[in-house]
Design a protein around this ligand. Structure first.
Ligand code: PMV
Length: 313
């Protein structure tokens, strides 16, 4: 038992398979070195960054407390360099930081428990989605989501009829640039939009399956550092995401601009705004191209570290 902890979690990008993963198709995601931290301390009343805990502004924090905490009120201080936009997993990052912190306040923590509880908190808050974001942010490095357990299985998650098996994925040091459109994407709305298309149209179901196949085709080139091939597959994945209706004119502008200096580029995350990613050898050039069309660009690296806990304040 500790009466205070400092917990942190990285952010993430999905390299392949967003939206398709909601239907149990394979997907690949990596953790990024932009982190969220929370300092949690027992107190006389609940507060977040000096303000009362509020359902509207602190949705994930509130759900995590409701689901995991029955002790004294808590004072929470947050710090984050993750842009609060659909695509970089800011909600998963705050959720995993909070969940790991609360579990550490109660006793021992392990990675599997943090991942599973964080998915429950995110799902309860958003009402939809897959465990890809929370699992990536918990584990760090790279993960591969498959519909059956294979070598390097970390944990499995079930919701309704869908089961996801989360695996560790060894990845090279990818040079990536994330471009933020400045338009906040709404993940639950985009997931619902794709769901309507999927339920109504067998063509949409085929597109989702095709995205799953692209993800599987990407595993070998990722292992072999075949950037040309990874880039081609990113471009293919992007076309299919656009067909699903999750594109946005600003995302298209940034993707087109980045392709001059990239192996490939695509929407990342839920789309409809939010972010794109480009794989490149020339990060500075790509940053310039994205900013020239009005986006905000981040040079990013894989985070080896998932969640961290410190309680020696
Ligand atoms: O927009 P983000 O970063 O929350 O990513 C969502 C990924 C989806 O596949 C669209 C939804 C999900 O929960 O898997």
């Amino acid at each position: 038992m500790h009466n205070h902890v400092l917990a942190s979690a990285p952010s993430k990008v999905i390299l392949f398979g967003e939206h398709a993963v909601v239907y149990g198709e394979p997907a690949i995601a990596i953790a990024l070195n932009l982190r969220t931290s929370v300092m949690i301390e027992e107190s006389s009343e609940y507060s977040v960054d000096g303000k009362p805990l509020d359902e509207k502004y602190h949705k994930y924090i509130k759900t995590a407390i409701q689901m995991l905490w029955d002790g004294k009120p808590l004072e929470i201080i947050t710090a984050s360099v993750v842009p609060s936009a659909s695509g970089m997993g800011s909600s998963a990052s705050i959720t995993v930081a909070m969940v790991s912190g609360l579990l550490a306040m109660k006793g021992k923590v392990n990675e599997r428990e943090v991942a599973l509880k964080s998915f429950e908190v995110e799902y309860a808050t958003q009402g939809s989605g897959s465990p890809i974001d929370t699992s990536t942010v918990t584990h760090g490095k790279g993960i591969l989501v498959l519909n059956s357990p294979e070598e390097k299985l970390l944990w499995s998650v079930k919701k309704g009829n869908t089961e996801w098996h989360i695996h560790h994925l060894e990845l090279p040091k990818l040079k990536l640039v994330v471009g933020f459109s400045g338009i906040k994407g709404h993940t639950p709305e985009m997931v619902k939009k794709v769901r309507r298309f999927y339920n109504w149209n067998s063509f949409a179901r085929d597109v989702i399956k095709e995205i799953g196949k692209i993800t599987l085709r990407a595993i070998e080139p990722l292992e072999n550092e075949d950037y040309e091939e990874i880039g081609k597959l990113m471009n293919e994945n992007n076309k299919l995401l656009t067909i699903l209706g999750v594109g946005h004119p600003m995302l298209k502008k940034m993707i087109d601009a980045s392709l001059k200096h990239s192996y490939g580029a695509k929407i990342t995350g839920a789309g409809g705004g939010g972010c794109m990613i480009a794989l490149t050898d020339e990060q500075d050039e790509v940053v310039r191209e994205i900013e020239a069309v009005g986006g905000k660009a981040y040079k990013v690296e894989i985070s080896e570290e998932g969640y961290t806990i410190e309680n020696h304040l």
